[in-house]
Ligand binder design. Structure first.
Ligand code: FAD
Length: 290
């Protein structure tokens, strides 16, 4: 099923997983997926070569497991900056063979150790290419506080419009901790004429190192109450995890009350955390839109 059709029926609730590191067995993520399936997500997305790690083949295998083994709709992330057109075509052929029709089209992280192939400069170029190859559901990434490469949020929103005009059916945001930033962003994109569904990407903070790394990479702002929570519990991992779960639940409840199109949970392959959050909010998400 194409994910754009799920948005027509209900508020979407989805998860992100990533392939295991080269030193871990693929069974670790399969066990996580078995647990996530019980939470009835609308789809599960799987990252692809995040950070230029080059683990694309595993991502296709995991997407198949989501579809065939877990009977959940998969979405595969597809970054383009380090791939040629032929290589992207080969991935699309592989997806066709596996019956995977939902793609998150991305430029990809730039790895300083890899010279980009530059057959595609931006996600919008990839979207145009994918659309010329077949009938896929295409998502794009968006940045409530602006992408780090952009000089301003306005410039980034104008570029986002190009991505949507190229054919992105819906969008997923980068993580954010300040819902007001998301609401301001939604107003700006509406003014720019972007009216596809936008899922809010929520990352529960479960350890201090994780959040420092993520925030330094993406530049998300940290509200005072978030910083206070981190400072209070930074030396107590269990308390920090519980506080991080509670913070994410609060964010989600506020977003749902505001009528968000969907919630995409960055699970960090942690099914315990996903379950706690899912149990807390599933009654609010409901099954069908009126
Ligand atoms: P683009 O849309 O190309 O934007 C990049 C920059 O170029 C922005 O500053 C934008 O304003 C500008 N721009 C965009 N289009 C144009 C245009 N037509 N003309 C001029 N300027 C333009 N990376 C991975 O490697 N693997 C993953 O699995 C992965 N998953 C992700 C999932 C989500 C939900 C998100 C938010 C990000 C993910 N990333 C992943 C990271 C992503 O690849 C990086 O954030 C990357 O820096 C930008 O990707 P993009 O698709 O948003 O790029």
């Amino acid at each position: 099923m194409k994910i754009k059709d799920i948005f027509k029926q209900k508020t979407v609730f989805s998860f992100e997983v990533f392939p295991p590191k080269k030193t871990s067995s693929i069974d670790t993520v399969y066990n996580t997926l078995d647990e996530l399936k019980g939470l009835s997500p609308d789809f599960i997305s799987v990252t692809f070569s995040a950070g230029g790690s080059g683990n694309g083949a595993l991502s296709c295998e995991i997407a198949s497991k989501i579809k065939e083994g877990n009977h959940v709709e998969p979405m595969i992330h597809l970054p383009c900056i380090n791939y040629s057109k032929d290589e992207i075509s080969a991935v699309l052929d592989e997806l066709d063979k596996r019956g995977i029709e939902n793609i998150l089209a991305l430029r990809g992280d730039i790895n300083p150790d890899i010279e980009p192939k530059r057959n595609f400069e931006h996600a919008s170029d990839l979207i145009t290419f994918i659309k010329s190859k077949g009938d896929y559901d295409i998502a794009g990434a968006c940045y409530p506080e602006g992408h780090v490469d952009s000089e301003s949020l306005v410039e980034d929103v104008l570029n986002l419009k190009k991505k949507v005009d190229a054919g992105a059916d819906h969008l997923i945001t980068q993580l954010f901790f300040d819902n007001d930033a998301f609401y301001r962003f939604r107003e700006k994109i509406a003014i720019a004429g972007i009216n596809v569904p936008v899922e809010a990407g929520i990352m529960p903070v479960v350890n201090k190192n994780q959040i420092e790394r993520m925030v330094s990479m993406c530049g998300a702002s940290l509200p005072a109450k978030f910083v206070k929570m981190m400072q209070k519990y930074e030396n107590n991992p269990e308390a920090l995890r519980d506080a991080g779960i509670a913070y994410a639940i609060n964010q989600i409840v506020d977003l749902l009350a505001d009528g968000v199109d969907g919630i995409h949970l960055y699970t960090m392959n942690n099914s315990y955390v996903a379950k706690k959050i899912s149990d807390a909010v599933s009654g609010l998400i409901g099954s069908r839109k009126k």
